[in-house]
Design a protein around this ligand. Sequence first.
Ligand code: PLP
Length: 430
Amino acid sequence: MKYYSLNKKAPMVSFKEAVIKGIAPDRGLYFPEEIHPLPASFFDSLETLSNQEIAFRAIQQFVGDAIPEKVLSDILEDVLDFDFPVVPITDNIATLELFHGPTMAFKDVGARFMARCLGYFSNEKSAEITVLVATSGDTGGAVANGFLGVPGVKVVILYPSGKVSDIQEKQLTTLGKNITALEVDGTFDDCQEMVKSAFLDEKLTQKMQLTSANSINVARWLPQMFYFLFAYKHAKSLSKEIVFSVPSGNFGNICAGIMAQKLGMPCKHFIASTNVNDIVPNFMATGSYIPKASIATISNAMDVGDPSNFIRIRHLYKDNFEELSNNLSSYSFTDEETKEAMLALYNDFNYVADPHGAVGYLGLKKYLEQHPEYYGIFLETAHPVKFLEVVEDTIQENIEMPDSIAKLLNKKKKSILISNYQEVKDFLCE
Ligand SMILES: *Cc1c(COP(=O)(O)O)cnc(C)c1O
């Protein structure tokens, strides 16, 4: 399988090169040259297949011969060793819980898959690859955990000092081995700026193979198809057609869901639910795409003012607005509405949702008002304990701390303080 750049000014590359490069030299996102639907018999017999078998069938064409089938299958065994439960909320609403992985956010799936692919490619080349990533919270933990102990790969994570939650900081700073945390005296934007400077620094990139692990990398994006298929396997015995509501920030997750639909997964509609960062809801209402500076909210992993993966969704519909509208609706919600939804989910259905999942629930409810005939599944993208303060304040109840988190909070933080780009560079050159 070959990948082209959506900016169309860079050569086509293999899966391997797309993963190692992350982004094309013309700054475009990579996109697979072809998408071959899977046969109807695959979807008819889905319940007879394991999660690993489903994932293998879904991703194999996109990996092609870059990874031998046996190795790919071992990678998937490893990546998917936790549960993806679909929990019913009402007669026609359920939630797909994506927080049962090691860092309790859905990003574990993509980060682990990318880590293992890169580990394989690096072994093959026996040269070391350095993954450099800036995080505002969740990405860093998932990437650190995914890459821990992967031979031939070093990971350097930049995070803003004092601006991530305790749990998130411990997830970044307590692993050791091939993972180093750089604690930046500044904001998330400063961290991102330093990462950008490193990628543009020729002295540095000549010395070392640098790559990024953010959601535009095809190896983080595509494996997110898997759990839509797992949810379909679970829901297909119901006699209703399915719609998915995805709490969205950079729109990588929902774009992967639409890819699963392109593979032939029966599914009626997608709902992109956002917080007040409403660039896509506005686009779906007016047809104009107008990026804005991001606004801070309680669902902070979705505070994105120019969603990087939305261009892949538009491309999937050849930029045909009408066709896109037939398959995608998008709604935005305030923090107030999100808290009310968290409280209602708790009081009425005894379900504790995190703020991101609650936004997904709100979008789904809004869509189902007009389309009550469908069965709706919203994605619960993080464990509520990761947003402890706002969840406990909202539902006025203490939530139980999972053992793994309690243990983590006792571990000792290790980080290197950084105040400017030169210090990052000195560290990388050491
Ligand atoms: C990253 C993240 C999102 C947004 O996912 P996108 O793929 O960027 O749309 C939603 N919820 C949580 C908890 C996240 O960490």
